[in-house]
Write a protein that binds this ligand. Sequence first.
Ligand SMILES: Nc1ncnc2c1ncn2[C@@H]1O[C@H](COP(=O)(O)OP(=O)(O)OP(=O)(O)O)[C@@H](O)[C@H]1O
Ligand SMILES: *[C@@H]1O[C@H](CO)[C@@H](O)[C@H](O)[C@H]1NC(C)=O
Ligand SMILES: *[C@@H]1O[C@H](CO)[C@@H](O)[C@H](O)[C@H]1NC(C)=O
Ligand SMILES: *[C@@H]1O[C@H](CO)[C@@H](O)[C@H](O)[C@H]1NC(C)=O
Ligand SMILES: *[C@@H]1O[C@H](CO)[C@@H](O)[C@H](O)[C@H]1NC(C)=O
Ligand SMILES: *[C@@H]1O[C@H](CO)[C@@H](O)[C@H](O)[C@H]1NC(C)=O
Ligand SMILES: [Mg+2]
Length: 675
Amino acid sequence: MFVKLLTIVFFFVSLFSQLLKSSSQSLDNFTYNGFHPPLTANLTLQGIASVTPEGLLQLTDTTRHKTGQAFYNQPIRFKDSPNGTVFSFSTTFVFSIKAMFRTLSGHGIAFVVAPNFVVPVADSSFEHLGLFNPNMARKGTNDTFAVALNTIHNAEHSDINDNTIGIDIAGLYSGKSLPAGYWNETGQFIDLTLNSGDQMQVWVDYDGLTHQIDVTIAPFNHDKPIKPLVSSVRDLSLVLLQDMFVGFSSETGSAWSEHLVFGWSFRLKGKAPPLDLQRLPKFPELQYGGGAISRLAVLFIVMLIITLCFIFSIIFRVRFFLRRRKKFAEKLEDWETEFKKNRLKFKDLYYATKGFKEKNLLGSGGFGSVYKGVMPKTENEIAVKRVSDQSQQGLKEFVSEIVTIGRMSHRNLVPLLGYCRRKKELLLVYEYMPNGSLDKYLYNSSEATLNWQQRITIIKGVASALFFLHDDWEQVVIHRDIKASNVLLDAEYNGRLGDFGLARLCGHGTDIQTTHVAGTWGYLAPDLMRTGKATTATDVFAFGVLLLEVACGRHPIEIDNESGERTLLKDSVFGVWSEGNILDAKDPNLGTVYDQREVEMVLKLGLLCSHSNPQARPSMRQVLHYLSGDAMLPDLSPLDLLGSEMMLGTHHGLSEIGMFTGGSSMVDSVLSVGR
Ligand SMILES: Nc1ncnc2c1ncn2[C@@H]1O[C@H](COP(=O)(O)OP(=O)(O)OP(=O)(O)O)[C@@H](O)[C@H]1O
Ligand SMILES: *[C@@H]1O[C@H](CO)[C@@H](O)[C@H](O)[C@H]1NC(C)=O
Ligand SMILES: *[C@@H]1O[C@H](CO)[C@@H](O)[C@H](O)[C@H]1NC(C)=O
Ligand SMILES: *[C@@H]1O[C@H](CO)[C@@H](O)[C@H](O)[C@H]1NC(C)=O
Ligand SMILES: *[C@@H]1O[C@H](CO)[C@@H](O)[C@H](O)[C@H]1NC(C)=O
Ligand SMILES: *[C@@H]1O[C@H](CO)[C@@H](O)[C@H](O)[C@H]1NC(C)=O
Ligand SMILES: [Mg+2]
C-alpha cells in the first residue's frame, strides 16, 4: 500500500518535474512587432547591425563591404535528443531592402538557423550574405539551414538571377532558388523586386513529419499566398543540431544597400504567431548617400526656402508697388479739377515714352526736351514736352489758356492732347508730327528740301494759325516764340504752329512790368527788347523773319566765320533789294518751278512784317489777305522802307543786336526795363 502510494507520489513528482522541466525550456515562440526594449535584450547584434530608436532592426546601413547579423540569443531546442528528429517550425518576418541602384546593391538578407549565434564574420570581399564561404572551410556551416533573399548575381551560387529566393542547406549549396514573386488568388504570378525598398513579408515553414520546407513571400499587408514560392523536401534532422540559434545575416557589397527588418516572429511546433502589421515601426526616413538627412528635415528645409522665397517676393512686390505709387503719384490741385479731362497720368506718359529714354528724345529747346511716345491704349503717337523748373506762378493761367486753345483745335496748330503736372515739372502732350520741324528743311541744302508750293502752303498755314490766335479767338493770344523750329509739319506737309504761349510761362505771367524777355535771337522785335512787352506786333515781326527765312533758306542771323560779324537776314535781303532785284535773295535750292511774283511778294511781306516800327507792320488779318492774293502789297521801294525806318530813327542793325551773344537758339536773358 505504502509502496503503491509512494509510486503514485513519485509518479506525480516526476510528472510535475517533467512539467517543470518542460516549462523551464518552454522557449518555443517569440514575436517582435518592432524591435523595442526590453525585448531587444534577447537580440545579439554583430557587425554593423543595430536597432534604431524607431524599433527597426537595421542589419546594414549604407556602408560598403560590411556584414551585419542579429540572432535571438536564447537557444531553441529543435530536437528531443541529438539523434532525434527536428520538430516543425515556422517563422515570418517583414523586411525591406533599399538599394542605391536597382541593378547594383548589397547581397540581401538570409534567415539563418545555426548551431552558434556567433557566426564568424565573413571576409567582406566575398559575397555570401556574410554567412557562407565558397570553400566551405568555415566551421559550423555544415549544420546550417538558411533562406536567402539574394539581390546580387553571383556565379559561385547557383542563383538564377539577382532577385531570387533560395533555400540553403548545410553550406553554400542552394537547394532550390527561384525568382522572387507570388501567386495571387487567381493564380497569376506577380513579380516582386526584393531591393525595391518596399516592405515585404516572408514566411518559412518546416513540417517535421513530411520534411516539407515552404518559403512564401508577399507584399506588405497582403495575406499569405496559399501557394508557396519555393518548396523543398529535405529532412533537416540530419542538418540541425539539438539546440540551434535563429537570426538574420546580411552583407553589403561595393554598392550600398540598406537591409531592414520591421518585425519577426518564430514558433517551434506550430505556425509562427502572426505579426501585428499595424504595430510595426513606420518606414525609416530616407537616407542620402550615407548622410542621415531625414526626410522630415529635407521637407522642413524645402518648406523654409519656399516660405522665405514667398516672403521675399511679397516684400519685393510691396516695395515695388509702393515705389511705383510714389513715382506715379498724381496730386491734383483745386484749380485743376476744371481740366481734369485734359490731365493725363504721368504713369501713362512714362510708359508711352519708355521712361523718357534717350532714344525717344526728339530734341531739346529752351523750355525743356521733347520725347516721342506711343500711348499705351490708343496707340496714338505723341510728342511729350517736359518743361522743367517753370515758375508755379502763372501756371494756372497758362494751363487754362493752352487747354482752352487746345480744345479749339485749329488745323494749323499742333493739337494739344493734354497736360500733366508732376512736382516742379509740366508735361505737355502734343500730337506727334511725323515730318518734324520746318528748320530741318531750310538751311541744309544737301538734305531734303521743300519746293515753293510746299513752302507757300506752310507759310499760309502758319499765318492762319497766328491770325486765329490774334483775332479769331475771344481773347488775344500772343504766341511769343514764332520760329522755324516751332513750325511743325504734319503728314501732308502742312505747317502747324506749336509751343504757343510757352514763352509767357517762362516770362513770368502777363505782368506788363515783366523784367524778362523770352523769345529767340533774330526773331525779337526791337520794340519788344526795348519795352519787354510782347504784343501781336512782336509776333508779326517774328513771322516776318520766318517769311524771309523760308524764302531765302537762310538763318535769321548769320555769323561770318572769319570776322565774327553778325548779319541780320532782314538787312541782307534789304541790301539785295537796294542793289536791284529782290529775287536774288531767294533760296537757290528753290528749283525752277515757282511763281516769281509770289516769291517777291513773300520777301517784301517779310521785310514789311519785320519792320522796326511796330506801327508799320501789318496785322495778321492783312497778312492773310496779302498771302491769299485778296489784297495787293503796297508798292514799296527799298527807299520807302528805309525812309520810314530812318524817320523812326530806330533802324537797328548789327550794332544793336550785336551786344547779345548769339549762338544759343533761345534767350531768357534779363533786360532791365529802363534800357
Ligand atoms: N509735336 C511734335 N511732333 C514731332 N516733333 C516735335 C514735336 N514737338 C517738338 N518736336 C521736335 O522736338 C524738337 C525740340 O522742340 P522744342 O520745342 O523743345 O525746341 P525748339 O522748338 O527748338 O525751341 P523752343 O523751346 O523755343 O520751342 C523740335 O525741334 C522738333 O523737331
Ligand atoms: C509562447 O511563449 C510563451 C513564453 O515565452 C508561453 O508562455 C506561451 O505559452 C507560448 N505560446 C505558445 C502558443 O506556445
Ligand atoms: C530574454 O533573455 C533573458 C536573458 O538575457 C532571459 O532571462 C529571458 O527569459 C529572455 N526572455 C525571453 C522572452 O526569452
Ligand atoms: C546516437 O547515434 C550515434 C551513432 O550515430 C550513437 O553512437 C549514439 O549512441 C546515439 N545516441 C542516442 C542517445 O541514441
Ligand atoms: C562537413 O561535412 C563534410 C562532408 O559532408 C565533412 O567532410 C566535413 O568535415 C564537415 N565539417 C565539419 C566542420 O563538420
Ligand atoms: C492576380 O493578378 C492578375 C495579373 O496582375 C490580375 O489581373 C488579377 O486581378 C489578380 N487577382 C487578384 C484576386 O488580385
Ligand atoms: Mg518748340
